[in-house]
Design a protein around this ligand. Sequence first.
Ligand code: NAG
Ligand code: NAG
Ligand code: NAG
Ligand code: NAG
Length: 382
Amino acid sequence: MKAHQLWQLGAKDMKAVPLPRARTSRKKHVCILIAAFVSVATLWTYLYPPQHYTSPMRDWLPAEPVRELTDQERASQVVFKQILSTPPVKSRRSKIAFMFLTPGTLPFERLWEKFFEGHEGRYTIYVHASREKPEHSSPLFIGRDIHSEKVVWGKISMVDAERRLLANALEDIDNQHFVLLSDSCVPLHNFDYMYDYLIGTNISFIDSFYDPGPHGNFRYSKNMLPEVKESDFRKGSQWFSVKRQHALMIIADNLYYTKFKLYCKPGMEDGRNCYADEHYLPTLFHMMDPNGIANWSVTHVDWSEGKWHPKAYRANDVTYELLKNITSIDMSYHITSDSKKVVTQKPCLWNGVKRPCYLFARKFYPESINNLMNLFSNYTLF
Ligand SMILES: *[C@@H]1O[C@H](CO)[C@@H](O)[C@H](O)[C@H]1NC(C)=O
Ligand SMILES: *[C@@H]1O[C@H](CO)[C@@H](O)[C@H](O)[C@H]1NC(C)=O
Ligand SMILES: *[C@@H]1O[C@H](CO)[C@@H](O)[C@H](O)[C@H]1NC(C)=O
Ligand SMILES: *[C@@H]1O[C@H](CO)[C@@H](O)[C@H](O)[C@H]1NC(C)=O
């Protein structure tokens, strides 16, 4: 019997197959030899660890199949690793970048103005209006439009707009955290609460979970191999909030971005629809810095009606009770889209402490502005 066959036999197999004495003793010898070899090898690795052993990369690179990285992968990983291990520039005054992704005029500017009031120098506003030039009702938004391009729902142009916003916002070295918001988003807390929540932690709030169902991994294409394996494919809400290092990673990435641009789009050859804005960042960060993201988004959206679009609140829906309900949620919730509908609920942990998950919420109809304005100082007390 060859050594590798012996290796494959578990203890149970050995008991079940009685072997002649002579062979058993020969086997003993082989076992001792193997054991000796293993201990020498272990000692050797301990004394002479391979070069990469102490590198932090070990913590986030998937361990499994040892594959020769492509030149592009190696280059990406070295850049990401460097970005992640470089402490953020200590700026005199940390600011939060509010990046609005909207087709045109923002209906809640006056509400946001109330939110920003008295906090000058701690925030910066950027507006990407993809369809028409917005009319601003608040002076805080005037002159904050960035160069914009057309955005088609579900297509890579959505991700392009997000990257455009990040690139503009990164130009300001004081911006330490970057929040993506839509025209239908509203704040759930007062400015100080939100500021301390985002600046006071080292993680990014990127939603990311494994969904084996039709709205998850069914959208994966093998054309993404070898860089993106199906087991790494993730799903999550588009509405992220990221720290500076992660914002840099997003605009520095070309390799994974291109994979999603080419192979995650609506109406693919095999009849599948993939939406890059729901998969690209959840997958990228799951692969590159899984412990650096919260796995939930700080922007609440209600999918509980199970429709193609989330629940949108009318003026009548907007009550103190509704807002209090949303702000008191402290568990993140995911459900798979397969027939099993597996629900995962996890406490929202902020620096290890359970806290409310959400700072912003969508989708609100423009007509709800007056209710929101009236309730604002009341519901944002907590
Ligand atoms: C963030 O990371 C830095 C460096 O790793 C660490 O010194 C600091 O305590 C962390 N802050 C929080 C709030 O975890
Ligand atoms: C997010 O999920 C990944 C698994 O995909 C896990 O490794 C990581 O620890 C999670 N992040 C946090 C902050 O719990
Ligand atoms: C608030 O939450 C309670 C308890 O979950 C629920 O019964 C109630 O209908 C909610 N109210 C609104 C306005 O969502
Ligand atoms: C906030 O609104 C609730 C519900 O309308 C009311 O009961 C409460 O007294 C209000 N609080 C303040 C401080 O106005």
